[in-house]
Design a protein. Structure first.
Length: 216
């Protein structure tokens, strides 16, 4: 049975959302909104270009954080198929996936095959961590869309230097995006910080989520 998408609510337009601040080093470009709450500290933003709105700890950010909790719980509550921890070198079709040890890692390339479906949804559940290796990548084929890929992370996510990542990370704690990483999706941390280092992060919004509202 096809999976319904994970509704991010007002967090949909956020490329970076944190609970305890956002730290950046290097030249970073963010296409999408940015916010952090309850800690509103943003460090190193003199070299960040935001093609969107920086909401910091305002009411928009607070609403988005509430919606992130709902979305996280939804993704965590789906019934998964158990697969190996190492995703690199594999091709997966739409569905919900978890591993026996509660972690996922990507070394090399993970291919997500949409199978030509109209709304192919991919949900990855980890009880603890998501770690991608140096230069790793997520590839989308046959109609797979970054806006329909969700990574529910029970603690923290770390994206390796120079890697290319697709989808929305919904982390309970923190997200570290190492040097040169490109993210097509979102880095959304419920309680911890988001750490950036010379990255390009572009929020991906599916057409049905826009409803005629202009983007940035």
């Amino acid at each position: 049975m096809a999976q319904l998408t994970v509704d991010l609510g007002t967090a949909t337009r956020f490329a970076v959302l944190a609970g305890s601040g956002i730290t950046n080093t290097g030249v970073t470009t963010i296409t999408g909104d940015v916010g952090t709450f309850p800690t509103t500290t943003e460090t190193g933003f003199g070299t960040v270009t935001i093609l969107g709105t920086n909401h910091m700890g305002d009411a928009v950010t607070q609403a988005a954080k509430n919606d992130l909790v709902t979305a996280y719980n939804d993704a965590a509550g789906r019934t998964p198929v158990i697969i190996p921890t190492e995703l690199g070198g594999t091709t997966l079709t739409p569905g919900v996936y978890a591993s026996n040890d509660g972690t996922f890692q990507i070394t090399g390339t993970l291919t997500l095959d949409g199978n030509g479906l109209e709304n192919p949804v991919f949900i990855f559940q980890t009880a603890t961590t998501l770690i991608t290796a140096l230069g790793s990548s997520v590839s989308l084929i046959n109609g797979a869309l970054a806006c329909k890929v969700f990574w529910q992370v029970g603690s923290s996510a770390t994206l390796g230097t120079g890697s290319s990542f697709q989808g929305s990370i919904l982390a309970l704690t923190s997200i570290t995006v190492n040097t040169g990483v490109v993210v097509n999706g979102r880095t959304l941390a419920r309680n911890g910080a988001v750490t950036l280092s010379g990255n390009t992060i572009t929020v991906t919004i599916c057409p049905e989520s826009v409803r005629g509202v202009p983007l940035w």
